[in-house]
Design a protein. Structure first.
Length: 435
């Protein structure tokens, strides 16, 4: 049944629609469309100049249109006269293959042909910081181990509760909010769902957190490593694959020691096999690599992986198996593009299934203290350039995403790296001014 957005606007009192898309750098772009025009926009999409966003386009390219997906509609709880819509990019009557939401939908189509339906949940960590981003917003949040600190959590009750109330109103099923491992850091969890639904909600969640923080005179950041001495922002993803009805978890096996099926192990094998290339998507910024394999933080642990390994209920590995029928991917950080995150997981997982990849033996060690004892464990990339170069050469991801997306993403990220490399940092001045 097709949702008529004009009718929805009248029924719900919506005056404006934000028709959006997310570019390759994960930036949320939108146009504010009055309800009177939503009928035409629903059919034709809202027009954009692709070159004006982080997409590999030029000013000479045709108009690009974001065609809204009515199923993605979210009415802003704190501003109900406005509704948000995720859009799919179209140019010259064809889908823009090198765009994140289209890329995810292509992977979902691949999975559907095999009778698979991926369901995921994400754990989005963020800091509440000062307006200039130089310090955390709560000067009293100073504990060496601040995780779950009730006092620090309740000093930010107004912001946290408003965000959680919004998620309840939207029907997302939020179930816990906590102060995380770093001073000034928080995490909020909601129910898992189909991968596209989770990705859309992930996009909106980041916008919502920033908007509500700003409304309360604060600033929120999902930056992977905003402070050297504090734990960085992860974005762990919990993954399972179900049958086409969504009623049977194909990852679950009651007689397996870890509660995982053969399909689950092969899917996991694909993730591990492609981990270095996936880092370019899961850790997409220069700053991301200051979270991976960082020095020990104030709390005593970085909580981020440094090698391509998996274990049971052990948070020192890149992949943790916390329960039967699912696993947790701990490599992703707060800068990960919500759509490319999901698309990357599925592309690599399907490769594992198609090629029957063996994830190998699980490791029951503390990787932070005994990682050097794990023979053959591959190290994760230590900078963005290395990760992008592996991504560029990945036959698996090229086969999954197509050359257009891989080449465009790599081109823009290498430009980003060169911009970073040409900047002179204070560290350089401090250490080489007198050389």
């Amino acid at each position: 049944m097709c949702i008529n957005l004009t009718k929805v606007a009248k029924e719900r009192g919506i005056k404006y629609f934000l028709i959006s898309f997310v570019d390759l750098f994960g930036v949320l772009r939108s146009k504010l469309v009055p309800a009177r025009a939503i009928g035409d926009m629903q059919t034709d999409g809202a027009g954009f100049a692709g070159f004006a966003a982080w997409l590999d386009m030029t000013p000479a390219d045709s108009d690009m249109f974001s065609v809204p997906d009515p199923e993605s509609l979210i009415q802003l709880p704190w501003k109900p006269e406005v509704a948000w819509l995720a859009g799919d990019l179209v140019m010259d009557g064809k889908a823009v293959e090198a765009s994140p939401r289209v890329a995810l939908k292509r992977q979902l189509e691949r999975a559907a042909k095999k009778g698979y339906r991926m369901k995921t949940g994400v754990e989005c960590e963020y800091f509440l910081v000062s307006a200039d981003g130089m310090s955390i917003s709560d000067a009293n949040d100073t504990q060496g181990k601040p995780c779950y600190d009730q006092s620090a959590l309740m000093r930010r009750y107004d912001v946290i509760s408003e965000i959680c109330d919004c998620m309840i109103e939207l029907g997302w099923g939020p179930y816990q909010n906590d102060h995380e491992d770093a001073n000034g850091q928080f995490e909020m969890n909601w129910d898992y769902d189909d991968a596209l639904v989770t990705a859309d909600r992930h996009v909106f969640f980041k916008y919502m957190v920033k908007a509500i923080a700003e409304k309360n005179g604060l600033r929120a950041t999902f930056m992977p490593k905003p402070f050297t001495n504090l734990t960085g922002n992860g974005c762990h993803a919990h993954v399972s694959v179900w049958d086409s009805t969504g009623n049977k978890n194909l990852f679950h096996h009651g007689r397996d020691e870890m509660g995982l099926s053969k399909l689950a192990y092969q899917f996991l094998g694909g993730i591990l096999h492609n981990a270095e290339a996936l880092a370019a998507l899961f850790n997409p910024t220069v700053n991301s690599y200051k979270r991976i394999d960082a020095q020990v933080t104030l709390s005593g642990a970085t909580w981020s992986p440094n090698a391509v390994t998996y274990g049971g209920n052990n948070r020192t590995h890149m992949v943790r198996i916390p329960d039967k029928g699912r696993f947790e991917l701990r490599l992703m950080d707060g800068a990960a593009n919500p759509y490319l995150l999901q698309a990357g997981v599925l592309a690599a997982g399907l490769d594992g299934v198609e090629n029957k990849r063996d994830p190998g033996k699980r490791q029951d060690v503390n990787m932070y203290t005994e990682g050097h004892k794990v023979r053959g464990a591959r190290r994760l990339p230590t900078n963005l350039l290395d990760a992008v170069r592996v991504f560029q050469k990945s036959k698996v991801l090229r086969a999954g995403f197509g050359d257009e997306l891989v080449d465009s993403y790599a081109k823009l990220k290498i430009q980003d790296w060169r911009s970073y490399s040409s900047a002179i940092s204070q560290w350089e001045r401090d250490n080489t001014l007198d050389c």
